[in-house]
Design a protein around this ligand. Structure first.
Ligand code: ADP
Ligand code: MG
Length: 695
């Protein structure tokens, strides 16, 4: 037998295990909750909890935890053991239905953005039965949502579930209009491709910036970067191969469908792609994947860098969020299909996405905004900070022909007509090639490519799902009251194309001319996180989320506050780390070398020898240390200024404007100094050593 099948999902309390271990009736009830979203009975929970516990104990688990995703962006867990004391001084292993369904972590240390005053520390976690429980490091992990005592969501899962409900509700309305009476729900599906870097642990340990910030804050370019393009899809190094093998195994045990792995563009950069699944689970799995990547790398004496931009001058890392919508009857709604009827339906869903991306470009940009991702978006490697859509030539031409009432391709003389004309099959090959587009149609799904590598995929999908839900609800409102469905549908599609085609751009997103063109089209270009966040609370956005019950105004406001705050904190930590390194490492190294040079100059002068090299280098090194010193002073005063700005928004804008730019100036001087000192005098490993540390 192969190696994979027996281990796949072995640590997951999945359907097979449930079926085998739960009484028939309990299983049926639970499935109703998982698939149909029905409320779970307390008595059912008790039976499920007991079966879960027995299964977990057999697998060697001693503890359980409510596994949740607070607004820190990483997962949180508090372990409790199963033991319950008995009167005879012994213990029994217990796990009650109540413990399964609800937990009360002391939540005061998780960010709430002011929702939950610190004296009201209680928050609670609630079981999410739609994502399987699993065992990790001897602990039974129960995926849960995390809320404040007053019911506001304090996590990334709750709004995601709400947004999935919203889009399901609206999509079903639209599908009914096309006669799909059997469809009772839809689910959005996601396959997130995850990029990462691997560096050797010994080299990593010598870089304070990597340890504290996850990225290098200094570093002169290595003589060889990614210019030869010899790493992409290249041979995978044996040590990396071993890592990947182990990683896959660990992921498979957790039921994660790790599928593709390859080298990425930059040296030391790699990618892992899972097979797509329901968004909620894809999100949980992506969080787990990032965690497992770090753990497995450590086992191999390496460090997995998930930061969006660990190294300047070579590509950073992102996450491609492949997204689609499927019905409970198994049909992918972004797949054109073979009949005029299904094509018309496809076009309407396509239009909903086009309209959503255009009207909520700000939200999509915000959903991927982070201090780390600011280094990528708009640089010549990742999609630009401008949100636009790529549909491919074929589909774009079809929309053009529709709009103009012209024939298309093989349908020579006939006009393109919705509900009559059969669309050609789109070859994935022609659609998948534009790597610069932020939001690309790839045959039967959209690929949202702006996400950063370290961020949870939740927010991007919450915003996307909700925006599309809104457009579908508008379409349904209109068409449900239509006296002539076919012609109203036709008009609606044409109108949508006309009004929103400015968001469609099939050209090169890295091109400078696109920036000018996008501006002419009135598209947003939000270059940094704080600038993007200023749009979160625009009236239309609050209205959107409130209408679909995804965020209340309070929730959205608090999240934005946390987002601003997080940005400032990250820049602040980076600035402090830079100051520390500059003062304790680089300036002393420069001064020491300057002294060595000065001594040489003195000796050479007494000997009457030529000291051109020493004295010229001395001048340069002294000039640079002076520049670094000045840079340190400027950065210090910039950081001090930040402490005086208390408003979260103003503070973030201040950090971007003052602190971040002072960091750039300091870095420039240090990187130049690196080029002047002998390697053995340089206090930290160079880019060359870091990028080629894994042999
Ligand atoms: P590539 O982008 O390398 O050409 P694919 O297009 O086959 O590869 O898949 C990329 C990712 O998109 C994978 O994670 C895959 O599972 C996912 N994907 C494929 N179909 C869908 C879908 N209908 N919904 C969501 N994700 C999907
Ligand atoms: Mg892809």
């Amino acid at each position: 037998m192969d190696e994979v099948t027996p281990i796949f999902g072995e640590n997951v309390f999945n359907e097979t295990v449930m079926k085998a271990r739960l009484p028939k009736e309990t299983y049926k009830q639970l499935m109703k909750t998982i698939e149909g979203g029905e409320k779970l009975d307390a008595s059912v929970a008790t039976v499920v909890a007991n079966a879960m516990k027995d299964w977990a104990i057999e697998k060697g688990a001693t503890h359980f935890t409510h596994w949740f995703q607070p607004l820190t962006g990483i997962t949180a867990e508090k372990h409790d053991s199963f033991i319950t004391p008995t009167s005879d001084g012994k213990v029994i292993m217990e796990f009650s239905g109540k413990e399964l369904v609800q937990g009360e972590p002391d939540a005061s240390s998780f960010p709430s953005g002011g929702i939950r005053a610190t004296f009201e520390a209680r928050g609670y976690t609630a079981w999410d039965p739609t994502s399987y429980a699993f065992i990790k490091d001897g602990t039974l992990c129960v995926p849960t949502a995390f809320c404040s005592y007053t019911g506001e969501a304090l996590d990334k899962k709750t709004p995601l579930l709400r947004s999935m409900q919203a889009i399901s509700k609206q999509a079903v309305r639209v599908l009914k209009l096309f006669g799909n009476e059997d469809v009772t729900s839809v689910k959005t599906t996601v396959g997130p491709e995850q990029e990462y870097f691997l560096v050797d642990k010994k080299v990593w340990e010598k870089r304070e910036d990597l340890i504290f910030c996850g990225r290098t804050l200094f570093g002169a370019k290595a003589p060889k970067g990614q210019e030869l393009e010899d790493h992409y899809f290249g041979m995978i190094k044996p040590r990396v191969q071993e890592f990947m093998k182990d990683l896959n195994k660990e992921l498979w045990k957790l039921g994660i469908l790790a599928k593709t792995e390859h080298n990425e563009v930059a040296p030391a950069q790699h990618e892992l792609a899972p097979i797509f699944t329901t968004t909620n689970i894809a999100c949980d799995h992506n969080q787990l994947t990032m965690e497992v990547m770090k753990k497995v790398a450590a086992k191999h004496d390496m460090v997995c860098l998930l930061h969006e931009k660990p190294f300047a001058g070579v590509n950073g890392s992102g996450k491609h969020n492949n997204w689609s919508i499927s019905t409970n009857t198994g049909k992918n709604l972004l797949d054109p299909g073979a009949t005029p009827q299904s094509n018309a339906q496809f076009l309407l869903f396509l239009c909903a996405v086009i309209k959503a991306v255009d009207e909520y470009q700000d939200l999509l940009r915000i959903s991927v905004a982070s201090a780390g991702n600011d280094h990528r978006l708009g640089a010549n490697e990742a999609p630009p900070a401008i949100v636009s859509m790529f549909l491919g030539d074929e589909l774009s031409e079809i929309l053009d022909c529709l709009e103009a009432g012209k024939p298309y391709g093989s349908h020579e003389k006939e006009k393109m007509q919705i509900g009559v004309t059969v669309l050609p099959e789109f070859s994935k090959d022609t659609t998948d090639r534009n790597r610069t587009s932020p939001f690309a149609f790839t045959g039967n799904k959209f690929e949202f490519r702006m996400l950063g590598s370290s961020e949870s995929i939740s927010c991007a999908n919450v915003f996307l799902n909700t925006a599309v839900a809104e457009e579908l609800s508008q379409f349904a409102d209109l068409l449900e009251h239509s006296a002539n469905f076919k012609s109203d549908l036709h008009d609606l599609i044409l109108k949508t194309i006309k009004e929103h085609k400015r968001i469609i751009f099939n050209g090169n997103g890295y091109d400078d001319s696109w920036v000018a063109e996008a501006e002419k089209r009135g598209l947003l270009n939000l270059k940094s996180t704080p600038e993007a966040l200023q749009h979160t609370l625009d009236e239309k956005n609050i209205a959107l989320f409130e209408k679909h019950g995804v965020y209340s105004k309070v929730e959205l406001t608090s999240r934005n506050e946390i987002h601003y705050d997080n940005y400032s904190k990250i820049i602040n930590i980076e600035a402090l780390t830079m100051l520390d390194m500059a003062k304790k490492l680089y300036l002393p190294a420069g001064a020491k070398y300057a002294k060595f040079l000065a001594d040489s100059v003195t000796v050479k002068k007494t000997l009457g020898a030529d000291d051109t090299y020493e004295s010229e280098t001395l001048k340069k090194v002294s000039g640079l240390t002076a520049k670094i010193f000045k840079g340190v002073q400027s950065l210090e005063s910039a950081v001090e200024g930040g402490a005086k700005v208390s408003d979260a928004e103003e503070n973030a804008l201040y950090y971007r404007k003052e602190v971040f730019s002072a960091m750039g100036t300091l870095r420039e001087a240090v990187d130049e100094l690196e080029g002047c000192l002998p390697s053995e005098e340089w206090p930290v490993p160079s880019y060359g050593e870091l990028l080629y540390s894994v042999k």
